[in-house]
Design a protein around this ligand. Structure first.
Ligand code: NAP
Length: 223
């Protein structure tokens, strides 16, 4: 099945955490990196997060720079990339910033009807998978609706599932100049962990940025 080109973009501390042990959003990126992330969003057809990130951070996931929005319009694209939430049981709270025109919430067959009815007032719903969102099916459906470049903005559980399914092409990680600590703090890739079949990465570039460094990796696949 065809799928979009999929890039995970994340910011982590020097000790590999993407948020604090209380799962609070921490400002890891500096100005230059935030501008880079905004540009990457603007160059993407869709931006996706897991519902854990919606519940923890309530991100808007929109392109912020009006200049970049204009650039999209000039190219004949939608003003904003499609915003996608992987949310098996429709836990996205009403009024979440991600919702509204241009938001697609992917649920599974087990999502309760009353939550779906409420969510449907604020977004489009797509059903993929029985218990959990089937990411292969979802990315295939996104391709069918013209999504060719999908930017994934976490969190660690969604990143894990996508990597485990072999659905990720590139990983961009900004490593900030701070430590967050905590063995239970979310990391770039959480889940149950690879056991021997560790996917390899190929370094595309490394670039000092703000007080940290940006690494771009290509996923070389499971050996
Ligand atoms: P997450 O990865 O955003 O979302 C995980 C949830 O997505 C799951 O609990 C699951 O809930 C849903 N989901 C649906 N289908 C799935 C599938 N096939 N595989 C995996 N998950 C699926 O949440 P998280 O791991 O808790 O991470 C959130 C943390 O990451 C927050 O602390 C946030 O601040 C941090 N974060 C940091 C960055 C950064 O760049 N620094 C970026 C994003 C997030 P259901 O089973 O209910 O569907």
């Amino acid at each position: 099945m065809h799928r979009p080109n999929i890039i995970i973009n994340s910011a982590m501390s020097a000790d590999g955490k993407i948020s604090s042990v209380e799962r609070r959003q921490v400002r890891i990126s500096g100005r230059e990196d935030l501008a880079r992330v905004d540009r990457l969003r603007a160059e993407s057809d869709a931006v996706m997060v897991g519902v854990g990130t919606v519940l923890a951070d309530d991100p808007g996931l929109r392109v912020k720079s009006s200049h970049l929005v204009q650039e999209r319009t000039r190219k004949g694209w939608q003003q904003q990339p499609l915003r996608v939430v992987a949310d098996s049981s429709a836990r996205t709270p009403p009024g979440a910033k991600v919702l509204g025109e241009g938001c697609l919430v992917a649920v599974s067959a087990c999502a309760p009807a009353e939550r779906l009815a409420r969510l449907r007032e604020e977004c489009e719903i797509i059903r993929c998978g029985q218990e959990r969102v089937d990411l292969r099916e979802l990315t295939g459906a996104l391709y069918e609706r013209g999504i060719r470049r999908l930017m994934v903005e976490g969190g660690g559980s969604l990143n894990w599932s996508l990597l485990q399914e072999g659905l990720v092409d590139e990983i961009y990680v900004y490593i900030g100049a701070l430590l967050l600590g905590g063995k239970d703090a979310p990391t770039l890739v959480d889940g149950s962990g690879f056991r021997g079949d560790y996917p390899g990465l190929k370094l595309i570039s490394s670039e000092p940025m703000d007080e940290g460094v940006l690494l771009r990796w290509r996923v070389a696949g499971i050996p």
